[in-house]
Ligand binder design. Sequence first.
Ligand code: SAM
Length: 309
Amino acid sequence: MRAMAVLAPLAMRAGRSLDRAWRTTLLPLLDHPAVLLPRDFPLFLLGARTDAAIADVRAASGARAAFEAIYTASDDPWGSAARRYRYQARKYEQIMALLPDRRFDEVLDLGCGLGLLSQHLALRANRVLGLDLAGAALDHARRRGSLLDNLRFAQGDVLDLPASMDGRFDLVVVADTLYYLSPLDDALLKRLSARFAALLRPGGVCLLVNHYFFAADRESRQSRRIHDAFGWSAGFTVLSQHRRAFFLATLLARAVPDDAAPDDTGPDDAGPDEAAPVRDPAVAGPAGEDAPAAAPVRRSSSPPECRTG
Ligand SMILES: C[S@@+](CC[C@H](N)C(=O)[O-])C[C@H]1O[C@@H](n2cnc3c(N)ncnc32)[C@H](O)[C@@H]1O
């Protein structure tokens, strides 16, 4: 009897400690994307198979045909919308949490795919435009986003953005798109960073997101190269950089104007492709509409100050 009286409170205390450890330590850990439950593994295999299929078709028929083919064969080639996988849904939530805590006016989602991230963005913005190379992707995106009347989609190529888009957006998001460009050499990265900076209004920000797996694979090293190139670019200043499982995100602000600095990497440097048409009037804008003037950019001679988290 006496033993019971001693043991019962001890057992209760141990039970409470276990319960607290479960709630405060183990449960959040299991909910962290780094702890992949077995059901999330097939998502990564599916992604690898899709990327291999894209590489095959692209080698024979070009990038546009490759992306059209995978979105025609499947309405969710990377399993991004599949409810049985947790990773991608969590990733979109994490990406949204990295954005400045404000409501945006005009947002551009470059390489929007099925428009799943565009849908999240539409809840934080007055107008969102999702742009993708593949018309078949946009068919899926329009169907999926049909309830959001501030969300539009248009076909276009990040390599060929028209000058009519310049200075129109206060947020540009580019998620898991740039490493599909080939060849992704330093000259192209320099041109793209200048091009994307020119899309922003003064005070606008660009969020760059790319797959990142501890720099262990070729794609992760490619991602690091992309983010470094944008961080060093004359058009941008790095606001913050974040490593998550399994992606790298960099938040960039349009560089502060500095009249003293020469600007040879701005929109004029972006090449002759700027006037290429995008097949949607929402992108081209009404005839004669004035876009705000692009501000000159400051050239940085050292890596930008960068907050990581
Ligand atoms: C992995 S998906 C990412 C989709 C979306 N950003 C997301 O995070 O859910 C890559 C997308 O980039 C698009 N893409 C590839 N090259 C492109 C280009 N040159 N211009 C525009 N979109 C492109 C593809 O069609 C595809 O939809």
